[in-house]
Design a protein around this ligand. Structure first.
Ligand SMILES: [Zn+2]
Length: 479
């Protein structure tokens, strides 16, 4: 055997065995020192520390050990693991979490009213909520927690579990008033009205005055690829586009594009439209898988990023989107390459899943990055011999769920992998994530154990998804 082969075997064995985290000193339950590779906007900090004290980040970097010792912290050492802020999913319809993904008929439509209302001769594909809405919301929040997401803007909420940035009552410990506003029909077009040359939508369309009063307005605009989708942006970005009222009320265009606006989907917008979005400091929420599955294409997000727009990633919903943020990131990377021959580096993608999302929802003072004073919303991802990524950011954002070693919201442990069971407090149970067991602590929030809750729901789409989720909607662009 040659020396190089021997060294490779030693290296491979070291990699295979030195995986994961372990508690090296069991100390205080509310003070924890994590050591590993920390992901920050300045880059990955190797062999560095995060000190968590009473739910917040008290120290970051190389000099946290003296303070941790003074505070009698529990010491956790992670080898080959990356420590990230919890992901923030800026777009979900979380009450659709017990519905299976839509079957792929291969048909792509041009506007959301085509599939949700059966407009223009298309098949209506919207599905009603399956069973109890609150159970569906809890189930959806569990699915996202298990894959490393700690905050969601999803149009419905459950107490505990993830933070719900669109509900004051759902912000959870450490976050306070005000919350974002989630909106599906800013033009009051729930009845399926389509316009292409004027703004004769419903009588209660959002005006610049009402939008100006909203703290953060995260609203669907231009979800489609046709003139009707493009028209929606015209009606929300100009005071002069339509100045003739509709007979039944409304009918005027307004200009609401401002830093408190995040446009969800924005698929019908032109480059000139995005230049205006950039100029005004508005945000965009990107859900590539759902765009591709329904309409055959998605945004050239590199254009938006280069124009200076703050872009956040969101999964949209289970029927046509991604089940987890990691699967959304996988789709985002692949479709950008296939459709636009452009790459998105892992750190940029990670920012779209963390700090950019916090900015779009205006919670960047408290969540979205690992800096002193922010809330301890933290996820740790192990590496695994099968994972081919060496970039620490890639190891976080594309990680299969089995690699999630710790999920913590405001210092409260929700998921703990092997070796970290000692961090779990309260009513916890052991469940299988594929071939590995994890400790999950969600009973207080569910009002039942996870196993009991799953049994009660009776065979709905799973919340634990190791590997590629079953029946995942296609991310292959067709136009
Ligand atoms: Zn949506």
């Amino acid at each position: 055997m040659c020396l190089a082969t021997l060294l490779w075997i030693i290296f491979a064995c070291t990699r295979a065995t030195n995986v994961g985290c372990k508690i090296t000193t069991q100390g205080s339950a509310e003070t924890v020192l994590l050591t590993g590779t920390i992901l920050t906007s300045e880059g990955a900090l190797h062999d560095s520390h995060i000190l968590i004290q009473a739910g917040k980040i008290a120290c970051v970097g190389k000099r946290c050990i003296p303070e941790a010792k003074t505070r009698k912290a529990t010491f956790v050492h992670c080898t080959n693991s990356v420590i990230s802020p919890g992901f923030i999913n800026l777009h979900e319809h979380i009450d659709s979490s017990t519905i299976n993904p839509l079957l792929d008929h291969g048909v792509k439509v041009n506007h959301r009213h085509d599939w949700r209302m059966g407009a223009r001769g298309n098949e209506r594909r919207e599905t009603d909520i399956n069973g109890s809405a609150i159970d569906a919301v809890k189930w959806g929040e569990l699915r996202h927690i298990f894959s490393g997401t700690t905050s969601i803007v999803g149009g419905a909420m459950a107490s505990g579990l993830t933070r719900n940035l669109d509900y004051v009552a759902g912000l959870e410990a450490g976050l306070h008033n005000p919350s974002s506003t989630w909106a599906v029909f800013p033009l009051d077009d729930a009845n399926g009205v389509l316009r292409s040359r004027d703004c004769d939508y419903g009588p209660n369309a959002t005006t610049s005055e009402t939008a100006g009063r909203i703290y953060r307005y995260i609203a669907h605009v231009g979800e489609g690829v046709d003139a009707e989708a493009a028209n929606e942006f015209q009606c929300l970005s100009s005071e002069t586009y339509d100045v003739t009222p509709a007979p039944a009320g409304g009918g005027l265009s307004y200009d609401i594009i401002a830093p408190n606006i995040a446009l969800v989907h924005a698929l019908g917008l032109t480059e000139a439209d995005f230049n205006l979005v950039a100029k005004r400091g508005a945000h965009v929420v990107w859900s590539p898988r759902s765009n591709v599955f329904l309409y055959g294409k998605t945004l050239n997000v590199t254009y938006l990023l280069e124009a200076g727009i703050n872009v956040a990633l969101g999964t949209d919903w289970l029927p046509s989107g991604s089940a987890t943020m990691a699967r959304e990131a996988v789709c985002a990377l692949s479709v950008t390459k296939k459709s636009y021959e452009r790459a998105i580096d892992s750190k940029t993608m990670w920012e779209m899943m963390t700090i950019n999302a916090a900015r779009a929802a205006s919670f960047e003072e408290h969540i979205g990055s690992l800096v002193i004073g922010k809330l301890a919303d933290i996820v740790i991802f192990s590496t695994s011999p099968s994972l081919s990524y060496y970039d620490p950011f890639a190891r976080a954002i594309y990680a299969p769920e089995e690699n999630v070693e710790l999920v913590m919201r405001g210092g409260k442990v929700l998921v703990a992998g092997a070796g970290l069971e000692g961090l779990a407090t309260g009513a916890c149970e052991s469940v299988a994530f594929g071939e590995v067991m994890k400790t999950i602590c969600v009973e207080e929030e569910l009002g039942a154990s996870y196993v009991e809750f799953e049994k009660k729901l009776g065979g709905v789409y799973p919340a634990i998804l190791s590997g590629v989720p079953p029946d995942e909607p296609s991310c292959e662009p067709t136009r």
